[in-house]
Design a protein around this ligand. Structure first.
Ligand SMILES: [Fe+2]
Ligand SMILES: [Fe+2]
Length: 133
């Protein structure tokens, strides 16, 4: 069983609007985990499609917020967003080679941990900016 993500204080990035957006993604993502876990590997394509949609929306929202705050490293940050989407797309396109249903939960865990990592890396990056501005 894939454990859902819970928001906790350590995820605070120093940007309230970004934290709100991260919380919305967590909520949506937890719903997806519930829907997809223990399902057939053939459904993972749909799962990844939804995850990519969530990530793209979040990244677009975040870039607008960072621009508003004159975040100096926005260009690199946007590149990282694009790379993240590419990585998820790649993972999704490799799915057709995998037949084992056990892989379903692995995929959910992969995306969940990916998202936790995303939020933690932003805590470090954004808080450094917020402390000096
Ligand atoms: Fe980001
Ligand atoms: Fe983010």
């Amino acid at each position: 069983m894939t454990i859902p993500i819970h928001w906790f204080e350590a995820f605070n990035s120093g940007f309230e609007e970004i934290d709100e957006s991260h919380k919305r993604v967590i909520n949506e993502f937890n719903k997806l985990i519930e829907t997809y876990q223990l399902k057939d590997v053939s459904q993972l394509d749909g799962f990844f499609q939804k995850v990519i949609y969530l990530a793209e929306n979040h990244f677009a929202e975040e870039e607008i917020i960072l621009e508003k705050h004159n975040f100096p490293d926005l260009k690199n940050h946007s590149v990282e967003h694009k790379e993240t989407i590419q990585e998820l797309e790649k993972f999704k396109s490799n799915l057709k080679n995998i037949a084992a249903n056990e892989f379903v939960n692995f995929s959910l865990i992969y995306v969940r941990d990916y998202w936790v990592h995303h939020m933690f890396s932003e805590v470090i990056e954004f808080q450094r900016f917020n402390q000096t501005n």
